[in-house]
Ligand binder design. Structure first.
Ligand SMILES: *Cc1c(COP(=O)(O)O)cnc(C)c1O
Length: 963
């Protein structure tokens, strides 16, 4: 180590690791002293049970520098061939407005925020999501919209679930899907139906009415491009008391009558082509709207308008009691992470273009389709339909010649239907592109002039949209869609909203279970490279070689890290991973003649998505108790496993537990389940306490999901996107999801899909790929160890002031801890909610509140926070404790103290009246550190009950802006 070269090498190797890990070596040694251990190793030995410690180091390679990593990834990415895509089928090229690209998608102020569970410090993205909902309502013609689902196909599956819940055709058990719905949607809905035990009937749309069904799904326009008046089809379905669902193309809705106005009960679709790159399949936001009457059955989150303490309009997530964390197996769906960042992008796209701009884009797309059709018809080419918005399907006996010519010119058509091919034009299509399409289809020398045809179409108009379906109502009339059309105005609008939200670029967000660690800039940079951003998910595999290499490497590393044999990257959230894993378990049992095994054991401490997913796999849930130390009650587990042994399917267990400890009995738990013929599903949300130190496969479980948006650095995006890959042991590998359009190598043909795209949210996989590359085997292990050091230091310091609910061996915790506020609440009347809101005044986002135990805060600092930041958080918590003590001592009354009035806005503190028991300065600047970096909540405490009683889920009327 003495010569200059090795120092240089050391410096290089440490390049990224020391940037990712927050505490400096000096800070680490201070924390170790506080913990009275002499080394990190000693702490790990005290904390992690010896029986589960990995004997071998990981083999994901040595850490690489940021520069090396990006340069290698660029060479991989450049193996992707970015063809012009006319494939359509739910994915279209789009021009991402640069002001949105840079200031939203590439801006940590937007992408590092968490789900807006603390609405007073999230009004910016809540307003943007309200714009998304308002846009959805206007375009679909319905009354109630949600703030994004995972993709169009899963949204369709959710529509089926809603139909079953609300349909009055209670005896019916079949769901009808028109055969001209996108192939991948039929696939995903069929998978879902199989699990629910519903029958799927795929047939001609007109046939829906001839079946005993609880719901039906139509595509508008159809996957082959036809624009059909579905009014009668909808009425036919409804005459059977069934629910009519319509999957719609968002751009076409600018020109076409809203499906809601045609009578549809549910309208859904993808908002991708509103300025979100195709990204080889995702992430994109799905929109979903239904009737007001079905509001209690709606899947996903709804943003609603309410009032704050001072009577101002304030936004928050409405009807949260419907959410999976509360209703568990009775929840409407298992959706937790959704697609907030992408919904925001789509909403901003609508804000920026406004109704007229969007209409112009849609008209231009439609005009190009008309020009193309007109030229082809003039040359005697047979089109399948007489109507279209943007997609023409050519019935062809020389399909192979045409597609070969297309490929030679770097052009893709949709070719997955027999004897025909389809061409979808998009926002990016130009006149030169149309000329090129003529050359491809007709061969050179066809003599057509695009300009001449265009003039002709212009002069004569077109009947390609049936007159009865031409949209005649106004959309997007709200001022938010009519005020920000210059780039300066738009830039300021985006900034104004961003400034209202607390993100990781302001302070630590110590949400237990959510692992809000660094999302490094170098990890984020590749996602907007055109080589990754502009691929269609259904392009031929040989055009996606770069993706295949990157995905292959990531796959192998995740296999190594999890100790499993195979990984599927298709699920686009943790909950979707749970679902995919449970399907694999079910199919495995079925394959062995054990179809009756349907009982799922779930410890009471489990995350709400566990029972919600089990319910979607039609499993019967049996809850296993926890003992007074927070561990699985082994006697109860043994008794219950034995009792249901005959029908035991699996256990779903989180490790380390959501109580923040490495349960010593985990191997025994796995053994008990296996002895009774069950499988072990290990929820991998807490992998940040396992990577490099232990692994689910090593411990003995059979399948897990990972949350790449927790442990592997994909940012939370303000509530999505996410990726929830599953790892499985080899016996479950044959049952992992495939895809009906693109055969996913390594999985069985015929296995259904769980996501619309074969690799789910492929475009964000480079983030996790880059993280693993830059950390290497050693860095990943260090990250886990530092997460444990930070958590134990924080626990140690806080335990001087608050009871820590659960601890493991040697009084240590894993990577998070639960602070019990109930004793203080009992003495003072100050609630956990008051503490969470008061933390906002100190510039912090509250830790996870009341999960997994009511009246507590669950804190996870992660390895990325420095000791300095952790100390500031501790200082805030200690200061708040002092405030509570003043309430207990009577110095402040329970009605008049800074906790119950928290959070304090500038308007509140600077207002003309002040009748508080504490002074204004103290309200806003309770400790000196706050004054240096003050974050002002923009509304005071929000009244949830008011908002739920008066549900408003679109932008408030202009009137309210006047007062
Ligand atoms: C976050 C989380 C989930 C759900 O993951 P999503 O990506 O939000 O669907 C499941 N289990 C636990 C323990 C979690 O923390």
């Amino acid at each position: 180590m003495s010569n200059a070269k090795s120092l240089e090498e050391l410096e290089q190797k440490q390049d990224f690791i020391r940037r990712h890990i927050g505490p400096s070596p000096a800070q680490v040694s201070d924390m170790l002293s506080a913990l009275e251990v002499s080394s990190v190793q000693e702490l790990i030995d005290q904390t992690v049970p010896a029986s589960i410690r990995l004997e071998q180091p990981l083999t994901v390679g040595e850490s690489r520098t940021e520069v090396e990593t990006l340069s290698y990834l660029k060479s991989v990415a450049s193996k992707n061939k970015v063809f012009k895509s006319y494939i359509g089928q739910g994915y279209h090229p789009t021009n991402v407005p640069h002001v949105i690209l840079r200031n939203v998608l590439e801006n940590p102020g937007w992408y590092t925020a968490y789900t807006p569970y603390q609405p007073e410090i999230a009004q910016g993205r809540l307003e943007s999501l309200l714009n998304f909902q308002t846009m959805t309502l206007d375009l679909t013609g319905l009354d109630l919209a949600s703030a994004s689902l995972l993709d169009e196909s899963t949204a369709a599956a959710e529509a089926m679930g809603l139909a079953k819940r609300v349909s009055k055709a209670k005896k019916a058990n079949a769901f009808f899907i028109a055969d001209d719905v996108h192939t991948q949607t039929i696939d995903v809905v069929t998978t879902r139906a199989e699990q629910f035990g519903f029958e799927i009937i795929v047939g001609k749309a007109e046939d829906a009415v001839n079946h005993d069904i609880f719901g039906a799904l139509f595509q508008y326009p159809t996957t082959s491009g036809e624009v059909v008046d579905i009014t009668d089809l909808i009425a036919g379905v409804q005459s059977k008391k069934a629910i009519a669902c319509v999957a719609a193309d968002i751009m076409s809705l600018l020109l076409l009558k809203a499906p809601g106005k045609l009578g549809a009960d549910v309208v859904l679709g993808s908002a991708q082509r509103f300025g979100v790159p195709m990204g080889y399949g995702g992430p994109h936001a799905a929109f979903f709207a239904t009737r007001d009457a079905y509001k209690r059955s709606l899947p996903g989150r709804i943003i609603g308008v309410s009032k704050d303490r001072l009577g101002n309009d304030a936004l928050r997530m409405a009807m949260q009691t419907r959410e999976q964390h509360i209703r568990r197996d009775k929840a409407n769906s298992n959706i937790c992470t959704a697609q907030v960042l992408l919904a925001n992008m789509a909403a901003f796209y609508a804000v920026y273009h406004g109704p007229q701009g969007l209409k112009t884009i849609a008209q231009r797309i439609h005009r190009f389709a008309d020009i193309l059709a007109s030229g082809l018809k003039a040359k005697g080419i047979a089109l399948k339909h007489n109507t279209w918005f943007d997609t023409l399907t050519v019935v062809s006996d020389n399909k192979n010649d045409v597609t070969a010519r297309a490929i030679a010119k770097g052009v893709n058509f949709a070719t997955n239907h027999e004897g025909e091919y389809s061409i979808s034009v998009s926002e990016t299509t130009t006149r030169a592109d149309i000329a090129e399409l003529f050359d491809i289809i007709l061969g050179e020398g066809h003599g057509l002039s695009v300009d001449a045809i265009a003039a002709d179409v212009e002069a004569n108009g077109s009947e390609s949209i049936p007159a009865s379906l031409v949209r005649d109502d106004e959309v997007l009339t709200h001022p938010n869609f009519n005020s920000y059309h210059s780039e300066t105005d738009m830039l300021r609008y985006i900034k104004r909203l961003e400034s209202k939200d607390l993100s990781l670029n302001h302070s630590m967000i110590s949400l237990g279970s959510c692992t809000m660690k660094l999302n490094a800039t170098a990890e984020m940079i590749p996602i907007t490279w055109p080589e990754f951003a502009n691929l269609h998910p259904f392009c031929p595999l040989d055009q996606a070689e770069g993706y295949q290499i990157m995905i292959g490497e990531l796959h192998d590393w995740l296999v190594n890290i999890t100790g499993y044999d195979a990984v599927s990257l298709q699920p686009n959230s943790g909950a979707q991973g749970e679902y995919a894993g449970l399907i694999a378990i079910r199919k495995y049992h079925e394959s062995r003649g054990d179809a009756h095994r349907n009982v799922c054991l779930i410890p009471s401490s489990a995350h709400g998505t566990n029972p919600a997913s089990a319910q979607m796999a039609s499993m019967k849930i049996v809850v296993v108790n926890c003992d007074k130390n927070g561990n699985v009650d082994m006697a109860d587990l043994k008794a219950k496993a034995e009792e249901v042994a005959e029908n035991l399917s699996c256990i779903m267990i989180t490790y380390p537990s959501t109580h923040g400890v490495y349960e010593e009995t985990i191997r025994e738990i796995c053994d008990i389940i296996h002895e009774h013929g069950g499988q072990v599903y290990m929820d991998g949300a807490n992998m940040n306490a396992q990577v490099g130190v232990t692994s689910p496969g090593f411990i003995g479980s059979d399948v897990s999901h990972l949350n790449l948006h927790k442990t592997f650095c994909i940012p939370h995006g303000g509530g999505g996107p996410g990726v929830g890959p599953i790892g499985v042991k080899s016996h479950l590998a044959p049952f992992m999801p495939n895809h009906s359009v693109i055969n996913v190598p390594g999985t069985n043909i015929g296995n259904g899909a769980v996501s619309a795209a074969p690799y789910g949210s492929a475009a964000i996989l480079p983030i996790s790929w880059a993280y693993i590359t830059m950390m290497g085997s050693e860095g990943l292990k260090q990250a886990t160890e530092m997460a444990i050091v930070n958590a134990n230091y924080l626990t140690h310091e806080l335990s001087k002031h608050f009871p820590i609910l659960y601890r493991g061996r040697n009084n240590r915790v894993a990577h998070e801890c639960i602070v019990d506020l109930r004793p203080l609440k009992e003495q003072s009347g100050i609630t956990e909610m008051d503490v969470a809101k008061r933390l906002q005044d100190y510039g912090f986002h509250s830790p996870t509140m009341s999960f997994p135990v009511a009246g507590t805060l669950m804190i996870e600092p992660t390895e990325s926070e420095s000791k300095g930041e952790i100390d500031r958080f501790i200082e805030a918590m200690v200061s708040i404790k002092g405030e509570i003590e003043k309430v207990i001592s009577g110095e402040w009354s329970i009605e008049n103290n800074p906790l119950v009035f928290a959070p304090h806005t500038q308007g509140d503190v600077l207002g003309n009246e002040w009748d508080r028991a504490y002074d204004r300065f103290y309200a806003a600047f309770p400790v000196p550190a706050v004054a240096k970096n003050k974050f002002w909540p923009t509304v005071t405490r929000i009244d949830d009950v008011y908002g739920d009683r008066n549900l408003v889920c679109s932008c408030p009327a202009v009137e309210t802006y006047r007062d």
